[in-house]
Structure formats: C-alpha cells, structure tokens
Design a binder for this molecule. Structure first.
Ligand SMILES: [Ca+2]
Length: 348
C-alpha cells in the first residue's frame, strides 16, 4: 500500500510538472509589430522588422536574427527595429529567423518572406510586321534559326519531329521520334541537332548533317523549351526555373530563377536567347516574357493577344502561342503557336 501511494504522488507531481512546462512553452512574450509572414520584398531594399514585447515587464536575455540561412545580428532587447539589407540576396522564398532567449529557454518567431525582382516590368502590346505561312499540322514546341533557315520541332506522341524551311516555303522533315516520345524544344550547334522529350526524361542528339541519332542524355525531369547562348544549352521545364546545361556533357551547371516584381513566373515554355536576354513563352497565355539572362529578373511582358482571328483559331484548331525564333542574319524576331496557320515577324 505504501508503494502504491508513493507511485501515485510521483505521477501527480510529474503531471503537474508536465502541464507547467506546456503552459510555459505556449506563453509567448513577443509578436511582430507588423505582419511579416508572407511578405514580398524587392531585392536590394532594406527590409525592416520589429519584434515587440507582449508584456513590457518581461526582459529577455537576447534576440538573434538570421536571414537567408545566415545569422545577421543579435540584440539585448526587443525595443528597436531590425534592418536587413537584401542587396545580393537570391530571389525566392526565405525564412526570417528570430530567436528570443530568456531564462535559458528559447522562443522562435520565424516568418516566410519572398524576395522578388526590383524591376517593374514594361507591358507592351506586340507589333507585327511581315506574316508567313505556318503548317497547322505542327504542334510547335521548338523554333529557331540556323544559317537563315527555320528549324521547328513538334510534339504529341506520334507527331514529334524536326523540320526545316525557309520562311514561306514548304517544310522538309529531318527527324522523326518514336511514338513513345513526346517531342519538345530543339537547338542546333556544333553539328548536333538536339530535341528534348517532355516526360521521357531525355534529350535526343542527332547528327546535323545526316539527321541520324548519335546519342541521348538524361534531363532529370520534364523537358520543355530549349535555346543556346553560344556556351550552354538553356532549358525550361514548365516551372519558373531555367537550367543551363554543359554543351558537351549536358550536366546542369546553373539554375536561373525567373521572378518579376510580384513573384516567380511559372510555366516558362519555348525559349529564345538574344543578346543577354531570354524570351520565353508563358504556357497557356498570350504573353512572352523578356528575362535578363544574368539575373533572372523579368524586364518586360510582350502581349501577343489578338494575332489570330476567332475564325482562324476555329478553322485550324489552334492551340496556344508557342515558338520564338531570332534570325541573327536579319536581326528579326518571329513568333508562332501550336497548330497556328501563321508566323509573325515581331517589330521591336
Ligand atoms: Ca526558340
């Protein structure tokens, strides 16, 4: 009986101690003076945060602030505003970490913030010049110029190929993908003609003289758009990320994250690199986004609404705007879409 009484008292004491601990751990002593969680912060600005006491009577031992995974500073009290310069910070989601130490306990006040571009993008309606015919049978996934000729790659299982033509002339089919493959973006360099696949996880390499397949490489996910800056293959995967691939090994060497002043720009599709700028179709929209290839910041949106009439869209069963090609010889930019009957010269 003595043993049982002792055990009972022990249990009560343990329960009380446990409840006391629960109560203490829930009792916060501070809060953010202004709402911080979910903040959108233009890169380069000084971000101000202020953690204030809920109860002025309570003192803290210290406050430690971290951002972007790095400890920034510590403070002896909560009385001052904390200023965080964001110059050089990577665009994207980050956690602002604030840890309050008091009586050998710590309380965390973490907040998620998003660093975005500091550029307000221009939004311009596109102006078109000459108009050329385009095969409405082509589910366009890639479009580029090489030595004055248009190269176009197409998608869908069973209709994925690469063809070549002079603007206004009949296309010549160069390669055909097996039915199991859904073709995507393409590019030609160093006598290699390359076409990505959408969900087959690989890029296919053809000899650009014989058009015979000479190899393939893994892309580690979905393939969407493809372009070339003279040094790297540049690939999109339908997210806001653009992947730089080594032109020999196809290894991913860099990821460019694309942000405008509001957040990440998703659904990046067909690409075209022109003089330090990447043009990208934004899937399921009539917009082309102009991206600074060094920073990933959006410089401008080109609005391509209304290029086709409703009658043209219906007659040709047109899908979305997709396909951007720059002719370096004439310095002209051209655009088209999946199953569109026309290619448009863009006046810039
Ligand atoms: Ca292109």
């Amino acid at each position: 009986m003595q043993i049982k009484k002792h055990t009972l008292w022990c249990l009560i004491i343990l329960l009380l101690a446990g409840c006391s601990k629960c109560a203490n751990s829930k009792k916060k002593i501070a809060k953010w003076a202004t709402s911080i969680d979910g903040s959108i912060i233009p890169v380069g600005t000084i971000f101000t945060a202020h953690l204030k006491y809920l109860d002025e009577e309570i003192a803290i031992d210290s406050l430690v602030i971290g951002f972007n995974g790095v400890r920034i500073n510590s403070y002896a009290s909560l009385t001052q505003e904390i200023q965080i310069p964001t110059a050089g910070f990577k665009m994207g989601g980050h956690t602002l970490m604030a840890i309050v130490y008091r009586d050998s306990h710590k309380e965390e006040y973490n907040a998620s913030v998003t660093i975005v571009s500091d550029i307000l993008p221009q939004e311009n309606a596109i102006k078109t010049g000459a108009v050329y015919p385009h095969s409405n049978q082509n589910f366009t996934e890639g479009l580029f110029f090489y030595k004055g000729m248009v190269y176009e790659s197409t998608g869908m299982n069973g209709t994925s190929f690469i063809c070549r033509y002079k603007l206004g002339s009949t296309p010549e089919k160069l390669t055909t993908m097996p039915t199991a493959y859904f073709g995507e973006g393409s590019i030609l360099y160093d006598n290699k003609l390359i076409q990505l696949t959408w969900k087959n996880g690989k890029g296919i390499v053809y000899d650009a003289t014989t058009y015979k397949q000479t190899g393939e490489f893994l892309i580690g996910g979905e393939g969407w758009g493809l372009t070339y800056d003279g040094t790297h293959l540049i690939m999109s995967d339908g997210t806001h990320r653009i992947f730089y691939l080594d032109k020999q090994t196809y290894a991913n060497t860099k990821i460019l994250e694309v942000y405008d002043n509001k957040g990440p720009v998703m659904n990046l599709n067909e690409l075209e690199f022109v003089d330090g700028v990447i043009y990208a179709n934004v899937w399921m929209t009539d917009k082309i986004v102009k991206i600074d290839a060094n920073t990933g910041k959006v410089l401008a949106y080109l609005n391509c609404e209304g290029l086709l009439t409703e009658a043209e869209i219906e007659a040709n069963k047109c899908d979305v705007l997709n396909g951007i090609a720059y002719d370096a010889q004439t310095k002209k930019l051209y655009i088209t879409g999946k199953n569109w009957p026309k290619i448009f010269e863009v006046k810039q």
